[in-house]
Design a protein around this ligand. Structure first.
Ligand SMILES: NC(=O)c1ccc[n+]([C@@H]2O[C@H](COP(=O)([O-])OP(=O)(O)OC[C@H]3O[C@@H](n4cnc5c(N)ncnc54)[C@H](OP(=O)(O)O)[C@@H]3O)[C@@H](O)[C@H]2O)c1
Length: 261
């Protein structure tokens, strides 16, 4: 396994910003980074913050100048951006473009590259992101291990399932929001609700992470649901009112969309 000597990003938006900041946080994990000029503000800020960053207005120059190329443009324009580029056989290409399958990417790339797909999350900026990688690739996994953790998927089905799970982020904050809104309706100032809920959820997330991958989450749920207690009551009410069913249906629905690509 080895980390890239020169990694280039086609598309310098939110996720490139997060990845570059994570990779170049001290101690820097890679020696050279090239980013495309767009978005101008983000690329200028990256170049100002890190001497290792070179900005180019020419996407082909990035492909030519780097051993590893990350495709980080929106799916709607991916074909028109990628098709004209000339890649080298054997070059490493990592696509983080959502909703765009491997066959289409390989067709647009038009060379025998080592293509991986990945789903980085914004927390890679703090080296705390968990990233699904497909197919398993030691170098791509090593890159995302620097940025937190990598989970390698043996099949597209596994990768699609993790993509579906990653779509829960807005719902997570939605639960926090609904709770602070309810607290406010009942008379607790919203900022007090937020000051209470953020550390509560952080503590729960840390408990799950510390428990490790062999502990079933239902065991943690039971640990926190004292018999006859308040947590047990809320969990029962939530289940009786269809909470878990709504979650399952939402996951099935988004999986259908993801797997249809
Ligand atoms: N954000 C996330 O958390 C996240 C996580 C995983 C995967 N993704 C995926 O990663 C991709 C990028 O997402 P994002 O959130 O970073 O989107 P974004 O902020 O919109 O960034 C896309 C960037 O591509 C640039 N661009 C447009 N045309 C270009 C061209 N011809 N050459 C070079 N750059 C060009 C845009 O520049 P202009 O602004 O100048 O048009 C913009 O800066 C998407 O496919 C998304 O689904 C995102």
């Amino acid at each position: 396994m080895s980390l890239p000597q020169k990694i280039g990003f086609i598309g310098t938006g939110a996720i490139t910003d997060a990845m570059v900041r994570g990779l170049l946080a001290k101690p820097a994990a890679v020696p050279h980074v090239m980013v495309s000029m767009r978005s101008t503000e983000i690329s200028a800020a990256l170049a100002a913050d890190f001497p290792q960053v070179l900005v180019s207005s020419d996407n082909q120059a990035i492909v030519d100048g780097c051993d590893t190329v990350v495709l980080a443009i929106r799916p709607q324009i991916a074909e028109e951006v990628v098709r004209p580029l000339r890649f080298r056989d054997g070059q490493a290409v990592i696509s983080v473009v959502a909703a765009t399958g491997r066959p289409a990417l390989l067709d647009w790339i038009g060379a025998d590259v080592r293509l991986s797909q990945a789903i980085p999350l914004p927390f890679v900026a703090r080296r705390k992101g968990v990233t699904a990688v497909y197919p398993p690739d030691t170098n791509t996994a090593a890159l995302f291990e620097v940025l937190g953790n990598a989970v390698e998927c043996e099949t597209k089905a596994e990768y699609d399932l993790l993509a579906a799970a990653s779509a829960l982020m807005a719902t997570y904050f939605g639960i926090m929001h609904r709770t602070t809104a309810w607290l406010a309706e009942k008379g607790l100032p919203e900022e007090k609700g937020r000051a209470y809920l953020a550390p509560l959820f952080a503590g729960l997330a840390e408990t799950a992470e510390r428990a490790g991958k062999n502990v079933d989450f239902i065991e943690l749920s039971r640990d926190f649901a004292t018999r006859g207690g308040l947590n047990e009551q809320v969990l029962r009410d939530f289940s009786d009112k269809g909470g878990p069913d709504a979650l399952t249906q939402a996951l099935n629905h988004v999986l259908k969309r993801i797997a249809g690509q």
